[in-house]
Design a protein around this ligand. Structure first.
Ligand code: CAA
Length: 246
């Protein structure tokens, strides 16, 4: 199998860690960014104990200049980014009539504008080399909306608009661009939803449980695989049957 250089943004988080692990176990050279240095180093040590080496690069995905520096740092240590997973994301849940401008912009900057910031510095290289894999980690709530998530749902829906445009522009260059839309997965982000609200949400999932991060990583690895070269512009829902739009 060809070993590639992969960047998974937000790799130290719940779903991100599983994606990093999966791609590294496939033999790829994997990098992720961090904002909190102490947390990131502790995370890298834990990964190392499991036999997984990850390059950590400092950088906030909501900052376009930091993302250019990040791409250069990865290129100099591991080679240019060939697989990009735009995974970093945050929530600032509240009903819209109470939402502040900061809660809106923080979420849009980190979840959606980051797709521009992180992808723009690596797309020319992918086009020149005639090979690339880009995956956006969106959300079930970008597909169906969610009470208390006007900011998050708007950003996550926007990510797929980004996917399908980029997919068209870059198909001739051997670059595929796809979206994975996870449902409610057992991560710190979902566990932060008040328990009584979460229980009601889980009751709506036909499979009857929260997802596991590895179940999302599996789908990402499917899209990034060498053989997935004719799959582009897709949005794969992985949500235990919670939302079955088509
Ligand atoms: N539909 C209709 N009405 C609802 C509702 C819903 N889904 N949820 C709450 N309401 C109603 C309540 O019944 C309540 O009505 P009354 O005032 O008549 O009793 C009213 O709205 C206010 O509800 P809350 O008390 O919950 O309001 P709050 O301001 O304290 O909290 C909230 C609002 C922050 C949105 C809270 O309900 C919440 O956290 N909801 C979960 C949001 C969510 O699913 N976030 C996902 C995070 S994980 C993630 O984002 C990952 C991913 O991609 C899936």
């Amino acid at each position: 199998m060809t070993q590639r250089t992969a960047l998974v943004t937000g790799g130290t988080g719940g779903i991100g860690s599983a994606i990093v692990r999966y791609l590294a176990k496939q033999g790829h050279r994997v990098a992720t960014n961090y904002r909190d240095e102490a947390k990131a180093h502790a995370w890298r040590d834990a990964m190392k104990n499991d036999g997984i080496d990850v390059l950590l690069v400092s950088g906030d995905v909501s900052n376009p200049v930091a993302c250019e520096t990040m791409a250069e740092a990865i290129a100099s240590k591991l080679g240019p980014v060939e697989i990009l997973v735009n995974n970093a994301g945050i929530t600032r849940d509240t009903t819209f009539h109470k939402m502040t401008y900061e809660q809106w912009t923080e979420v849009v900057n980190t979840n959606l504008n980051a797709c521009f910031n992180v992808t723009r510095p690596v797309i020319d290289g992918m086009r020149n080399r005639r090979w690339g894999r880009i995956v956006q980690i969106s959300s079930i709530n970008g597909q169906k909306g969610q009470y208390g998530q006007a900011n998050y749902a708007a950003a996550k829906a926007g990510m797929h608009g980004f996917t399908i445009s980029l997919a068209q522009e870059n198909a001739r260059f051997g670059i595929t661009v796809n979206t994975v839309s996870p449902g409610y997965v057992a991560t710190d982000m979902v566990m932060a939803v008040p328990e009584e609200v979460r229980e009601k949400i889980v009751a709506q999932i036909p499979v009857g449980r929260l997802g596991k991060p590895e179940e999302i990583a599996h789908a990402v690895a499917f899209f990034t695989g060498e053989d997935s070269c004719w799959i582009t512009g897709a949005n794969l829902a992985i949500n235990g049957g919670h939302y079955m739009g088509w």
